[in-house]
Design a protein around this ligand. Sequence first.
Ligand SMILES: [Zn+2]
Ligand SMILES: [Zn+2]
Length: 553
Amino acid sequence: MSERIFVAVAWPYANGSLHLGQFAGAYLPPDIFARYHRLKGNEVLMVSGSDQHGTPITLRADQEGKKPGEIAARYHQEFLDSWQKIGISFDLFTSTDTPNHHKVAQDLFLTLKDKGYIYLDTTALLYCPSCNRFLPDRYVEGTCPYCRFEGTRGDQCDNCGKPLNPVELIDPYCRICSAIPEVRESEHFFLRLSAFNQQLLDWVKGQSHWKPNVLNFTINLLTEGLKDRAITRDIEWGIPVPVPGFDDKRIYVWFEAVIGYLSASKEWAVSRGDEERWRDFWQGDAKSYYFIGKDNIPFHTIIWPAMLMGCGGLNLPYDVPANEFLTLEGRPLSTSRNWAIWLPDYLERYDPDPLRYFLSANMPESGDTDFSWREFVRRNNDELVATYGNLVHRVLTFTYRSFEGSVPAPGELDEKSKVLLGKVEDAFAAIDRLLYRCRFREAIRNAMSLAQEANRYLDDKAPWKRIAEERQDSATSLYVALSVISGLKTLLYPFLPFSSQKLHRLLGFEGRVEDTSWAFTPLPAGQRLAPPEPLFTKLEEKIAAEETAKLER
Ligand SMILES: [Zn+2]
Ligand SMILES: [Zn+2]
């Protein structure tokens, strides 16, 4: 029976280009997952959008002397371009600055307010006397009161991951003018998180399928006890508070950005001409998966679930498979120090699949992992090209030349051939189980082991040496090898969609791999093959040194 899978993907702030860390942490995993489920014949809805509000955008706009909307629109376009080039297959990638999102966010605000989960209170905030303004979130920095990390931003500590209020910071200073802010009172709306503390704890304790780091981090925060949080801000850019008399305030970006998952689903339904269809993915037995980096855990395992509990009638997250971080050449990525590889830069110079391969095989699933250009070149040449690409190319080239460009008809299969074909079946079962549980690294490793088995089989059978004397034997072993390759095309499709689609065509199929199914079906003998082309390109060793040198600058 087919399942309904909602794939919710983190909303990137539209204040800068995406780097490889964000891509490995939050964008590649959901794409693998969505492509796998589509092949399984499940109904998938995968949505996200650019987060156009909040202080990251206004700060960037201040720096560039532009309007926040101009900054957001520029990076929204860039994101769309990157998704297309790297193959992130969203059903919808929208933004938080649509009339639909504004309305859905304001409606949800009012629903929670009517139910008593949002209330008005006076709160102490930081105010910069020289800038003459309140300093929300990232407009202020100081020392984290929990872990003593210096240079912590007012909304969340990058070091310990705890969400913060600016007034909690030790030795705060204005991010714009470095002045020491004073504390002033202001009226704001609060989300009554404390009301959900026990309900959240009971719910989270039942999520034994979550990753241990996500589960433990969340249980710790809940055990310490939740504080109500202000969900409005004294800024001009953002979604207006839908209550008269609060014209100079906006809804807090984190409160409204998570609502984007719901508003995007509604926008998608309208675009499909069936405006109630979003319910298929939000109610009943649909499962929702939220793909995020570990810095976003509390917003997806506490704040958003609390909001959903308060509203009622909508599914809570089924899983939040948050990833750890990717380091670059052994050091943490830093956008401010420009220690990063930007996705658009990468895509200008290299193909998408080698990066998808590297980051799948080396995904920061259960601990931080590292990207280095040396390893990238090595994995491309020694694994992608040598193990998989060459297997495909030598089999296709030899078959094309020796059997009039068609899949040869096999004779009787010997034991070794049967064992190998059995291993393809085993790989389908094993990788199915792994992908279903979001175990991407192990899944791609399994597929690559199968490619190694096929190489060993061919070395043993050596059809190229035996074709003159034993043409039927050669035909049989090539038929078996072609079948394994066709299986690999499906198994690797979620990870390497571009090369799988190319291989699909080289094997003589029409249409899209995505419209086939997650199954191992033998190739039809006599099927015409397309003229062979290599799947991947070997990279020169010197690239690693050149690219690393560019980083150092
Ligand atoms: Zn901290
Ligand atoms: Zn200031």
